[in-house]
Write a protein that binds this ligand. Structure first.
Ligand code: 13P
Length: 216
């Protein structure tokens, strides 16, 4: 079996996203790029049950080079990200419930909390197209060339990262941000961060090297 560690990492990420309620049944797909190979979830795989040997391995042209199952129907989306974004090492697509609800309604999710700056600020919504099509892949990749995370009209969400952990954490953060925005909108009109506020946050993050444990 080729790339056992990468296969196991993708399977573990699938089970985690299912356990956290971001994916039900087969509603998502994950891939990791390593060199000129891509480990991707099989089409129709139930996330909570996926294991390493069910993964499919592709080359960057989409040819199956290892695996017993056909790859995700969203191969074009995943390979499109790797083709256009050289730094992308992993892609996560889900139908996370709040992100998906917002994808049916809004044209973007504005930055109402400073944590959303890690998602690029405002979260765009890629135009609708049928799942598994080249058109959907093009619509999503076009948004991801501008922002590290996007909703997909009446469908779900896609994130990417330098590595699998990064892409998964972006998806978890995206669902959290969508939940905050939804709840805030239920209460009233949320304040959208200004450019100056955003710049101040980036400055403090950088000065503090925020996000790492430091010595006392
Ligand atoms: P696959 O099971 O083919 O990956 O499809 C799931 C999905 O979410 C399509 O957008």
């Amino acid at each position: 079996m080729k790339l056992p560690a990468e296969r196991e990492a993708v399977a573990a990420a699938c089970r985690r996203l299912a356990a956290e309620g971001l994916v039900i049944q087969t509603a998502g797909n994950i891939s990791v790029r390593t060199g000129d190979a891509v480990v991707i979830t099989p089409s129709g795989g139930v996330f909570e049950e996926l294991d390493a040997e069910q993964m499919t391995i592709l080359d960057l042209a989409g040819n199956v080079i290892d695996g017993r199952h056909g790859p995700s129907s969203e191969v074009a989306l995943h390979l499109g990200v790797y083709e256009r974004l050289a730094h992308a090492g992993a892609v996560v697509h889900t139908h996370a419930p709040v992100a998906t609800a917002l994808s049916c309604v809004v044209d973007e999710v504005p930055p109402v909390h400073y944590s959303m700056l890690a998602l690029g600020g405002a979260i765009p919504v890629a135009d609708y197209a049928t799942f598994g099509t080249g058109e959907l892949a093009r619509n999503v990749v076009a948004e991801l060339e501008r922002a590290p995370a996007t909703l997909m009209r009446s469908h779900g969400a896609t994130t990417y990262g330098n590595d699998l952990d990064g892409a998964v954490e972006q998806m978890r953060l995206l669902e959290w941000a969508c939940t905050v925005y939804w709840r805030a909108r239920m209460i009233g009109e949320p304040a959208v961060m200004t450019q100056a506020q955003a710049e101040d946050v980036v400055k403090v993050y950088t000065e503090r090297n925020y996000g790492r444990l430091s010595e006392a």
